[in-house]
Design a protein. Structure first.
Length: 598
C-alpha cells in the first residue's frame, strides 16, 4: 500500500553560499530517500525553503548595507539554481517570507498560547547603546562560560555544542560595531518546555530502537542531565513574523521557533499551488504517514526535542484555529536521521575563512553525479568525515568509472555493434546466468532495506558490490571472445548482462540520477525514471517569491526487477562518467589555498 512520506529538509539561512558539508549533511540524503520512495510508489512530499528571517540574514544585510529582503532573495535564487544543478528534487522549495508561512506560524503560536504553554516574562537582553536597540543573540559574540571558546554566540557555542543562557556570556561584544553591549530588561513570550518534558522523553524512548544513537541518545541524555528549559520565542526585531497579540508591535517570533514550522507551512503552500486544497493533511494529519527530518548534528536538539514539544503542545488546537476542524492532531516525527559534519582536507569547513568546497564552484568544473557519489560513500552518518581531493579523484576513476561506468558502456556498445542495436535473443539461460540475475535482483530487497533505514552509505556500497559481481560474471563468460566462436553463447551472456545493468541503473538511480536517466534512454525506454523540476514565481501580500516545484507526472521508474525483452531497440551509448587526470588533486588543493588567502 502507498504510504505518505514527508521528506522535511533543513532550511538554509539566506546569508551564505552552500558547500559540500551542507549538501552531504542534509540536502543530498533527503533527495536520495525521496527518490527511493517515489520509485517504491509512495506518496512523497519533499519540502524545504530559504530561512529568510534568521539573524544571520540580517547580519549579512547589515554588513552589506543592503535591505534584508534584497539579500535574502539573492541567496534564495542561488539556492534554487544549485539544487536544480545538483538534482535535488524538492516538491516545493519555498521561503519563510510568505503570507502562508506567516499565518501558519502565528496559528501555532496561538494554539500554544491557548493551551497554556506560553507565558510572558521580563528578562535581561543585550542592548547596544551605540545602535540604540536590542541585539538578537547572533549579533553578540563572546567567551563561552562552559568551554571557554572565545567566539561563542550568546545563544549557542558551536565548539562545545551547548545551548547558552545569553546573560551568562563572558566578555560580550557586538558583531556590528565591536562595542560592549549592556543588559536591559525586556518582555518576551516563553515556551514552557518543562511542562512538555515527560511527553517528549516518552516520544524519544518509543523511537530508540530505530533512531540513530547519535540522535536519540544525545537528545535523551541532554534532557536527563539538564531538563527541558523554557525558551524565549519572541525577539525585539523589525524583520520577521509579527507576534499576533495586541500591544506586541515591534516584536517578532524568534527564528528557532518559527523556521521549523516551515515543515508544516510548506506542504500547505504546495497543496494550494497545485489547487489541491487540504491534500497536505495526508502527510500531517494521517497517522499512517511518515515524516522524516534531514538535518546536520548542530540542529539535532531543535528537531528531536523542541519541535516535537511544539507539536505536542499544539494538540488538537492548531487544527481548530487554522482549519476550523476539531479532533485532529498533527503527527510527530517518524525519524530524524541527522548526519555529523564533513571536514575538508583535515580541517573544519569554515565559510568565514573561505575554507570550503562550494557547490556552485564544484559544479562549474565537474558533473553532479560524481559529487553525489563521493558525498554518499563519504557521508558522515555516524561520525565526522573528511573531503579529500585525492580520495575524490581515486573513487571517481576506480569505482564510478572503472566498476560501473565501463561495465554499462562496454556491454551496451557490444550489443549495439554485434546484435543490430537490439537486446539479443538469449535462448536457454544457464545456471550461471540465473545466479547472477538472482543476485542483482535481490538488490531491490537488500539495497531497499538499507534505504528504508536511511543507511545510505551501506545502500550505495551494496549496489556497487552487485556491479562488481556482474563484472566478474562477464570475466567468466567472456562474450567478447565467444562472439568469434559461439555467437549464441555471446548473445546469452550479453542478454543477461543487459538485464543486470538495467536493474543496476534503477538501484543506483537515487544516488546517480543524471547518469541513470541517460542509461535508461540508452535502453530504449521512452519515459524517464523521474519527473522534472521547474521554478514558478508566486505573488502574495508580501510581494513576489520564486519557488522550485517537482512534477512527477511523466516519471515511469519503479523499484522492481527489469522486464527487458529480447528485441528491444538500444541506443549507442556515450560514456556515463569522465575519467579524471591525477593533476586535478594538486590543482584543487592549490585553489583551496589561494581561496583561503583571498
Amino acid at each position: 500500500m502507498s504510504t505518505p512520506v514527508l521528506i522535511a529538509v533543513a532550511w538554509p539561512y539566506a546569508n551564505a553560499e552552500i558547500h559540500v558539508g551542507n549538501i552531504t549533511g542534509a540536502y543530498l540524503p533527503a533527495d536520495i530517500v525521496a527518490r527511493y520512495h517515489r520509485l517504491k510508489g509512495n506518496r512523497v512530499l519533499m519540502v524545504s525553503g530559504t530561512d529568510s528571517h534568521g539573524t544571520p540574514v540580517t547580519l549579512r544585510a547589515d554588513a552589506e548595507g543592503k535591505p534584508v529582503e534584497e539579500v535574502y532573495k539573492r541567496f534564495h535564487q542561488s539556492f534554487l539554481d544549485l539544487f536544480q544543478k545538483a538534482g535535488l528534487t524538492y516538491d516545493l522549495f519555498t521561503t519563510t517570507h510568505t503570507e502562508n508561512h506567516f499565518k501558519v506560524a502565528q496559528s501555532v503560536f496561538l494554539a500554544l498560547l491557548k493551551n497554556g504553554y506560553l507565558y510572558t516574562e521580563v528578562r535581561p537582553q543585550w542592548y547596544s547603546p551605540s545602535l540604540r536597540r536590542f541585539l538578537p543573540d547572533r549579533y553578540i559574540e563572546g567567551t563561552c562560560y562552559i568551554c571557554g571558546d572565545e567566539h561563542a554566540r550568546s545563544d549557542q557555542c558551536d565548539k562545545c555544542g551547548n545551548v547558552l543562557e545569553p546573560e551568562k556570556l563572558i566578555n560580550p561584544r557586538s558583531k556590528v560595531d565591536g562595542s560592549t553591549p549592556e543588559l536591559r530588561e525586556t518582555v518576551h513570550y516563553y515556551l514552557d518546555l518543562s511542562k512538555l518534558e515527560p511527553e517528549v522523553a516518552r516520544f524519544l524512548r518509543e523511537r530508540q530502537h530505530y533512531w540513530r544513537e547519535t540522535v536519540c541518545n544525545q537528545t535523551l541524555g541532554q534532557i536527563e542531565s539538564e531538563g527541558l528549559k523554557s525558551r524565549p520565542i519572541t525577539r525585539d526585531l523589525d524583520w520577521g513574523i509579527p507576534v499576533p497579540v495586541e500591544g506586541w508591535e515591534g516584536k517578532c517570533l524568534y527564528v528557532w521557533f518559527e523556521a521549523v514550522i516551515g515543515y508544516l507551512s510548506a506542504p500547505i503552500e504546495w497543496a494550494r499551488l497545485h489547487g489541491l486544497g487540504d491534500a497536505w493533511k495526508d502527510w500531517w494529519v494521517n497517522p499512517e504517514s511518515r515524516t522524516i527530518y534531514f538535518i546536520g548534528k548542530d540542529n539535532i536538539f531543535f528537531h528531536a526535542a523542541w519541535w516535537p514539544a511544539q507539536l505536542l503542545g499544539m494538540g488538537e488546537t492548531f487544527m481548530e484555529i487554522f482549519a476550523g476542524e476539531k479532533g485532529q492532531k498533527l503527527v510527530l516525527p517518524y525519524d530524524v536521521p541527522a548526519n555529523q559534519f564533513m571536514n575538508l582536507e583535515g580541517d573544519k569547513i569554515s565559510g568565514s575563512r573561505n575554507w570550503a568546497v562550494w557547490g556552485h564552484d564544484f559544479l562549474s568544473r565537474y558533473d553532479p553525479d560524481p559529487l553525489r557519489y563521493y558525498l554518499t560513500v563519504n557521508m558522515p552518518e555516524m561520525r565526522d568525515t573528511d573531503w579529500d581531493w585525492e580520495d575524490f579523484y581515486k573513487r571517481n576513476n576506480d569505482e564510478l568509472v572503472a566498476t560501473w561506468g565501463n561495465l554499462a558502456n562496454r556491454v551496451l556498445s557490444f550489443a549495439v555493434k554485434h546484435f543490430e542495436g537490439k537486446v539479443p535473443e538469449p535462448g536457454a539461460l544457464t545456471e550461471l546466468d540465473e545466479e547472477i540475475l538472482r543476485k542483482v535482483e535481490s538488490g531491490f530487497e537488500s539495497v531497499g532495506a538499507e534505504l528504508e533505514a536511511v543507511h545510505l552509505r551501506s545502500a550505495l556500497g551494496s549496489a556497487m558490490a552487485l556491479a562488481t559481481e556482474v563484472n566478474r560474471y562477464l570475466d567468466q563468460t567472456a562474450p567478447w571472445k565467444e562472439i568469434k566462436t559461439d555467437r549464441q553463447a555471446a548473445a546469452r551472456a550479453i542478454y543477461t548482462a543487459l538485464r543486470c545493468i538495467d536493474n543496476l541503473s534503477v538501484l543506483l538511480s537515487p544516488f546517480l540520477p543524471f547518469s541513470s536517466e541517460k542509461l535508461h534512454q540508452y535502453f530504449g525506454y521512452e519515459k524517464p525514471l523521474f519527473g522534472k523540476q521547474a521554478t514558478r514565481t508566486v505573488q502574495d501580500g508580501l510581494g513576489e517569491h520564486t519557488v522550485l516545484l517537482y512534477d512527477p507526472d511523466d516519471a515511469a521508474g519503479k523499484w522492481q526487477p527489469s522486464a527487458l525483452q529480447p528485441g528491444q531497440p538500444l541506443q549507442a551509448p556515450q560514456p556515463l562518467f569522465k575519467k579524471l587526470d591525477a593533476s586535478i588533486v594538486e590543482e584543487e588543493r592549490a585553489r583551496l589555498r589561494a581561496q583561503r588567502k583571498s
